[in-house]
Design a protein around this ligand. Structure first.
Ligand code: SF4
Ligand code: SF4
Length: 325
C-alpha cells in the first residue's frame, strides 16, 4: 500500500462514514509553540527541534499574542517548543500572562534537562514562583530507553531535575502540578495509561524518591523526525497500518484540536501542534495569524485533518493531555 503522510485524508473518510464532522468547540487552551530551539535532538521529535534551530518568537510577537489573549477568557496557556525556556523572552511571556486581569493556568512543556543547563540557573525556582504547571517528558523509568530516545546522559539529568522540582514542592503542593509524559520508543502504541502510571510512580519513588501527579501516555505521530526515523528503518508503512487499524471513533469527542488553538513562533494559527509542523495554517483567502482571528468566531470552524491524525485516534487515543479514553 502506498501512503502519503499528512496529505491523505482517510481520517476524514472514516469520520464522514460515521456522519462525524470534526469542528472546533469552545477554546479552552491557547497552545503556543515559541520556537524550534532545543538543547536535545530526540528521535521521536515531531518538531525537528535542536540546538541549531534559529526559529524563535520575538518580543513583538509575544506582545501581540498577550494583547489578543487579554481580550479573551481562554483559561489555559500552554507553552511548548523546542525547549520553550530557551527563548530569550520566555520569562517575560510568563510574567505578562501572570499579570493579566483574568487569571490563567500556565503550562510549560519541559524536557527537564534544560533546568540544569548552564545559563538557566534559577529557572525551576522561577517556574515555581509563578505557579507554572510542568508537563515533563520522561519516556521511561529506566536509563536505557530514555538515553536511546533522547541521548546519552538524559536519564540521569532528568532524574536530577525531577528531584530539584520535588524539593521546590512540585508534585506535592496543590498549586505546583508536575505531570510526566511517556511516549513509546519504537513504532508501537502506548500501553494503558493508568497501569503505566502506577509502574512509574512505584519505580521512580522506590529508586529515586521522586513523586509526580499524573502520567500522560502520548502516541508518536508519524511526521518530521519520527517519520524520517521510521522511513530509515523501513517501518513507516507498518506503523501507519498499525495506527489506521487501531482507529477508534470513541476518541473523536476528546481530540485536543477541538478545544485548542495552536500558535506558531511567528503568530500563525493552526488546529494543533502537529498541523503546525506540517504547515497546515488557517486561511481565509490569505494565511491567518492570531491577531487576525476573532475569538468569538472560532467555534464550529472545520478542523483540517490528514493521515497523521490516525496517531490521535488510535487505541485509547492521544493528546497533549495523554490518553483520551
Ligand atoms: S522532543 Fe522535545 S526535548 Fe526532544 S528535541 Fe523535540 S522539542 Fe526537544
Ligand atoms: S493531528 Fe490530532 S489534534 Fe491535530 S488535527 Fe489531527 S486529530 Fe486533531
Amino acid at each position: 500500500m502506498s501512503l502519503t503522510i499528512a496529505s491523505g485524508n482517510r481520517v476524514g473518510q472514516e469520520l464522514g462514514a460515521r456522519g462525524i464532522s470534526l469542528r472546533h468547540t469552545r477554546t479552552e487552551v491557547l497552545q503556543i509553540n515559541v520556537g524550534k530551539l532545543c538543547n536535545l535532538t530526540c528521535i521521536h521529535c515531531h518538531v525537528n527541534a535542536g540546538p541549531k534551530r534559529k526559529e524563535i518568537m520575538t518580543r513583538e510577537t509575544v506582545d501581540r499574542i498577550i494583547d489578543w489573549l487579554a481580550k479573551t477568557e481562554i483559561p489555559t496557556v500552554d507553552l511548548t517548543g523546542g525547549a520553550p525556556e530557551m527563548v530569550p523572552d520566555f520569562r517575560y511571556f510568563v510574567e505578562r500572562v501572570r499579570a493579566l486581569r483574568w487569571p490563567r493556568k500556565i503550562i510549560d512543556r519541559c524536557n527537564l534537562t534544560i533546568l540544569l543547563e548552564l545559563g538557566y540557573e534559577g529557572l525551576a525556582e522561577f517556574l515555581a514562583a509563578n505557579e507554572v504547571e510542568i508537563i515533563a517528558s520522561m519516556p521511561c523509568y529506566s536509563p536505557e530507553n530514555v538515553n536511546a530516545q533522547r541521548g546519552e546522559g538524559v536519564f540521569e539529568a532528568s532524574i536530577k531535575a525531577l528531584q530539584l522540582l520535588n524539593r521546590l514542592g512540585y508534585g506535592t503542593a496543590p498549586n505546583l502540578a508536575l505531570h510526566l509524559v511517556y511516549n513509546p520508543v519504537g513504532p508501537h502504541l502506548p500501553p494503558p495509561q493508568a497501569e503505566l502510571e502506577s509502574d512509574y510512580k512505584r519505580e521512580l519513588f522506590s529508586h529515586f524518591g521522586i513523586v509526580f501527579n499524573q502520567l500522560y501516555t502520548i502516541t508518536n505521530l508519524p511526521i518530521a523526525r519520527f517519520a524520517a526515523y521510521l522511513r530509515h528503518h523501513n517501518q513507516l508503512e507498518e506503523y501507519m497500518e498499525l495506527l489506521i487499524g487501531a482507529f477508534n471513533a470513541a476518541t473523536v469527542n476528546g481530540l485536543m484540536c477541538r478545544n485548542t488553538v495552536s500558535v506558531g513562533w511567528r503568530g500563525e494559527v493552526y488546529d494543533c501542534d502537529f498541523n503546525q509542523q506540517l504547515g497546515m495554517q488557517w486561511k481565509n483567502g490569505r494565511k491567518l495569524f492570531l491577531w487576525d482571528i476573532d475569538p468569538d468566531q472560532i467555534e464550529n470552524r472545520e478542523i483540517l485533518t490528514g493521515d497523521h491524525c490516525f496517531g490521535c485516534t488510535a487505541g485509547g487515543g492521544s493528546s497533549c493531555g495523554g490518553a483520551l479514553i
